[in-house]
Each structure stands twice: as C-alpha cells, then as structure tokens.
Design a protein around this ligand. Structure first.
Ligand SMILES: [Zn+2]
Ligand SMILES: [Zn+2]
Length: 191
C-alpha cells in the first residue's frame, strides 16, 4: 500500500472510530508503529487529529461537525450509533445509513462497488460484517426507525429466539437484500 493510500485509510478509520491506538493502526495496516507516526504527522499538522497517550483522537471540532452531519444517506434521519449501517467505499469514504432498512437499500444500489459493510448486533451492539449478519423483519417490537423495520443479529440462534418472543422472520443477508428491494418496489407477495 502506498503511503498516500495508507494516510487516507487512517483518515477514514479515525473519522469513523474517533479514537485509535497507534498499535491498533500498525496492526490493521501491517506497517511498523514508526511508519504510523510518520503517516500521522500531516494529519496532526492539519489539526484533524490530536495525540493521546499511545494513540490519536479526532479533533473535537471535527468530531462535533461529524455528529451534526451524521445523517442517513437514504432518508436523512439522524443516525443512532447502535442501529447504524455503514458502507466503506473503495476510496475509503464512509456512508452511514440510519438502520439496516436504509443500509440494505443503499447496499443494493452500490452492488459490488464497496469495500465493506458493517452493522450492529441488536442485543450486544457489537459490530458485524453485514454479509454475515442475520436479518429480522416483520417483528412486532418497534425500534423507532424506518418501516418496514429490519433488525440485525450476529447470531442466528439469537435472531430465532428474538422472533419467538416478538414475532417476525429471520433471513440471511442475500435474502434480506432481495426482500427489501421487492418491498420497496411494491412487489411483496410474489414469493
Ligand atoms: Zn435511513
Ligand atoms: Zn432507519
């Protein structure tokens, strides 16, 4: 990876995570901590980030602007972190959707033109790669975001237990993507 690529990746990472350790960056990017320090210098000079003990943090004014502008790419609703669905584009830009409903719509629009998509487990709020998540639709529990609702789970058993209590259906990623697309195009009932 070229230094310039690495710097833009560091920029994207710190903008989405807000705090990172030097050791974490060195591991993620496969270069020495010394190299990371060198990569960080221009970002420090730009005032985008500040140094902390053993790491870096996004400058607070940048973080504030980010929070104000962190709205859904599809419906412009404000994004709640625990429901957020993020798509990382090939140029390391990050698109944020308010929930898996909008995330799946955006995901299908982009097709393969992305590096990665991430969502959160409904119970634990841990990050999951979207293609490995389980999707619950048509449940009775209201999460207060877009309709029809889509909830995401890391573990299929948890999703199935959730459905036992609150109703709905569990789908894998590919199926959820198609169903969402059909629902938004008014083709529901074809299956
Ligand atoms: Zn949305
Ligand atoms: Zn939503």
């Amino acid at each position: 990876m070229l230094p310039v690529e690495r710097r833009s990746r560091i920029k994207a990472l710190i903008q989405s995570k807000q705090n990172m350790k030097i050791s974490e960056l060195s591991e993620l990017l496969g270069v020495s901590e010394m190299t990371i320090h060198r990569d960080l210098r221009p970002l420090l000079e730009e005032g985008l980030i500040h140094k902390t003990f053993g790491g870096i943090t996004l400058a607070s004014d940048v973080a504030e602007t980010k929070q104000q502008t962190d709205s859904c790419i599809i419906c412009s609703r404000g994004v709640k972190e625990q429901l957020a669905y993020r798509i990382i584009l090939p140029d390391n830009q990050i698109e944020t959707a308010c929930c898996a409903h909008c995330g799946l719509i955006r995901h299908r629009q982009l097709g393969s033109e992305m590096n990665q998509a991430l969502c959160h487990d409904f119970f634990t709020h841990t990050t999951i790669g979207a293609p490995y998540a389980w999707y619950v639709m048509d449940t009775s529990l209201q999460i207060g975001c877009c309709q029809p609702q889509v909830l995401t789970f890391a573990n299929k058993k948890h999703a199935e237990k959730f459905v036992l209590g609150f109703g709905g259906e569990v789908y894998d990623f590919e199926t959820a993507l198609e169903i969402m697309h059909n629902k938004m195009n008014g083709q529901e009932g074809c299956h």
